[in-house]
Design a protein around this ligand. Structure first.
Ligand code: ZN
Length: 355
């Protein structure tokens, strides 16, 4: 089996095709999101089900297959099925879709996801890391499309920190499907333990989980009255709650997002210096805190990245998006990026190229 480093050169995603549709699935620890999609008409239908992770992997696979069959049955009367795409939490080994032990999905390690789905459905399924799928969607349907840029790196700040790299419209998978794991770029020599088993990774400093942890740490010092009051009122406080406190001027809450921006800036310095891409996107649930973390991010980036200093856009460039500059911006598709990327997979790759 030849091991792909990039997905096969894609025929240009053709938006005029109206009689074909795909089914995309975004497999998450909380939800299974399904959509039927046509390049010309966009999302034809979308369905969200809870992921029955507690009931075990057979139950989840059964729900996936039932949801896929349902959408195929409803839309294949008027259109031809182009294929089925699925985004799954990583690490997932490609092209076979072998899941490794996932912190948020206990019991799924060792599951041959693609083979299992194909056996159940009797048809080909294209599997991709969910963060790679999200980056693909941002490239063809989101910020990349808006700016006319076909190469980008996206960081998704959610429960963890996901990453995906798109080069000239193709997903960079690497040899095993493990490329683009920017959440595990090391930023501190002696840092916090990470869910991956390492320490000093970006993820424990720049995820939703990290905001809650930092808030609890600050409360434990006894010198963060605003955060302590928040936690007393609502023990299940969210990163958004901490963000609102910061926006209201609470110095301890503000510091949490400054530290997060610093961590992201250090990680991005390494990535920008390595890749020299035109566009780096930040997405995921923490994006609404952009104004709180971005100043520290850019400060760090300017001081650490030689390549960024050489290519930093001027205020004018930020309006016109002149070529040859490094743009670091917000992703556009929000929580839809994952399932939209899954929907695009059958249109931008050919399943046979992955075997
Ligand atoms: Zn890690």
């Amino acid at each position: 089996v030849s091991r792909p480093v990039m997905r096969a050169a894609a025929p240009v995603f053709d938006r005029t095709i109206s009689d074909e549709f795909s089914v995309g699935v975004d497999f998450g620890g909380t939800n299974l999101r399904f959509a039927a999609y046509s390049p010309k008409d966009g999302v034809l239908e979308s369905v969200t089900l809870p992921s029955r992770v507690k009931d075990g992997r057979d139950a989840v696979v059964a729900d996936m297959c039932a949801g896929i069959r349902d959408l195929i049955a409803r839309h294949s009367k008027s259109r031809k099925l182009k294929g089925i795409g699925m985004g799954s939490p990583g690490p997932i080994e490609l092209p076979g879709g072998l899941l490794h032990d996932l912190p948020n999905l206990p019991g799924f390690g060792g599951l041959e996801l693609r083979a299992t789905l194909e056996k159940n459905l009797g048809t080909a399924v294209i599997i991709e890391n969910d963060a790679n799928a999200a980056a693909l969607a941002e490239c063809f349907l989101g910020r990349g499309k808006t700016l006319g840029i076909d190469s980008l790196c996206m960081m998704t700040l959610g429960t963890g920190v996901g990453g995906g790299i798109i080069l000239q419209g193709n997903i960079l998978d690497g040899m095993n499907g493990f490329a683009g794991e920017v959440g595990h770029v090391n930023i501190w020599t002696d840092g916090l333990r990470c869910g991956c088993g390492g320490h000093g990774c970006t993820e424990p400093y720049a995820s939703a989980t990290s905001v809650r942890r930092a808030a609890k740490d600050a409360i434990a010092t006894g010198t963060a009255p605003g955060l302590a009051a928040l936690a007393a009122k609502n023990p299940d406080f969210t990163p958004r709650d901490v963000g609102l406190l910061a926006e209201a001027g609470d110095a301890d809450a503000i510091r949490i997002f400054e530290n997060l921006g610093q961590a992201l800036g250090i990680a991005l310095s390494a990535i920008v210096n390595t890749l020299n891409l035109p566009l780096y996107l930040i997405g995921g649930g923490l994006l609404n805190a952009w104004d709180l973390f971005a100043p520290a991010l850019f400060k760090e980036l300017r001081s650490r990245s030689y390549i960024y200093r050489l290519t930093e856009p001027s205020a004018e460039d930020l309006r016109t998006h002149r070529e040859g500059k490094t743009y670091i911006e917000k992703a556009e598709l929000g929580g839809d990026a994952g399932f939209l990327g899954a929907c695009l997979l059958p249109f931008t790759t050919w399943p046979e190229a992955r075997r």
